[in-house]
Design a protein around this ligand. Structure first.
Ligand SMILES: NC(=O)c1ccc[n+]([C@@H]2O[C@H](COP(=O)([O-])OP(=O)(O)OC[C@H]3O[C@@H](n4cnc5c(N)ncnc54)[C@H](OP(=O)(O)O)[C@@H]3O)[C@@H](O)[C@H]2O)c1
Length: 268
């Protein structure tokens, strides 16, 4: 049986994509298949995704001219999986594999397969992801629109030239981890000031979510929002002066540059 959407690799990202796509009603369950080589993970997926076909391997009759395949395996497994996807006759592939170029995927698939490369991030799990996409050499506007629709059901999508994807990897791809580090440090800071860990965590997580929503919804810049809570000579000014003195801004510039460089290295 052929499926409209086939996710190859049902790990963390593949599983999250499947859940998000179903939540967004992007495809009916009967039109979605997840191909997962691990037997234990397959059993979990069957429980997590009722009604979705969970297959051990992709076969010729799973793919027809209307099928789109989303490649969600680890970088070292990707070319092998793409070879099989190409051999099964897929015409359209969206890859979320970090660091693997469209050209390398095109090279292992026969004919003119439309390859779109994406860099999503983990908030796709709750439909609040940020993804960048770029198209390979056989991609039409329809293929890019399709890829934008797939990832758009899980958050924000921007379209960029492929040369910018390493920068995206270092920025929004890695940014959840940077922010969780900041959250961890702030929870600890509350404990150091005498709050219980649970109260500190509650306050920090709610502030994190609220500050993000304010930034996204108010239409104001981060600088404006920051200056609104920074009274001259006040408490926040004292805290910010300490952060600037410790070069926190420069540390973020360096962090993104290092992560982007690592992405470039992995892609070579
Ligand atoms: N995690 C992130 O934050 C993030 C963000 C952006 C992009 N990505 C990219 O997303 C991709 C997937 O990451 P992940 O964290 O979801 O990895 P993961 O949890 O390891 O999931 C990959 C899954 O694919 C299975 N698999 C491997 N080869 C297969 C094949 N030929 N056919 C079917 N299934 C196969 C693996 O099974 P086995 O374990 O049995 O091999 C595994 O369960 C990576 O390329 C990564 O670069 C990840």
């Amino acid at each position: 049986m052929a499926y409209r959407l086939i996710i190859v690799g049902g790990g963390r990202i593949g599983g999250a994509l499947a859940q998000g796509l179903l939540r967004a009603h992007f495809v009916p369950t009967s039109d979605l298949a997840v191909v997962e080589s691990g037997a234990e993970r397959r059993a979990e997926l069957v429980d997590e995704l009722p009604g979705v076909s969970v297959l051990p391997t992709l076969e010729l009759d799973n793919v027809d001219d209307h099928s789109g395949v989303v490649l969600c395996v680890k970088p070292d497994q990707a070319e092998g999986a793409a070879r099989l996807i190409g051999a099964c006759g897929a015409r359209r592939v969206l890859s979320v594999v970090a660091g693997l170029s469209c050209a390398r995927l095109e090279a292992v698939m026969p004919g003119a397969v439309a390859v779109v490369r994406a860099m999503p991030n983990t908030p796709v799990v709750v439909g609040k992801g940020a993804s960048a996409i770029s198209g390979g050499s056989h991609v039409t506007k329809d293929d890019l629109d399709w890829a934008a629709d797939v990832l758009g059901s899980l958050g924000t999508v921007v379209r960029l030239a492929e040369r910018h994807l390493d920068a995206v990897t270092g920025l929004s791809g890695s940014m959840p981890a940077y922010l969780y580090l900041v959250v961890e440090a702030l929870v600890e800071a509350g404990v150091h000031q005498g709050l219980t860990r649970e109260v500190s965590r509650q306050l920090v997580v709610a502030t994190f979510e609220g500050a993000g929503a304010l930034l996204a919804q108010s239409g104001e810049t981060p600088e404006e929002l920051r200056s609104q809570v920074t009274s001259p000579g006040g408490t926040t000014a004292a805290g910010l002066r300490m952060l600037e003195g410790r070069a926190v801004r420069a540390a973020f510039l360096e962090a993104v540059a290092s992560a982007a460089e690592r992405s470039r290295q992995l892609g070579r």
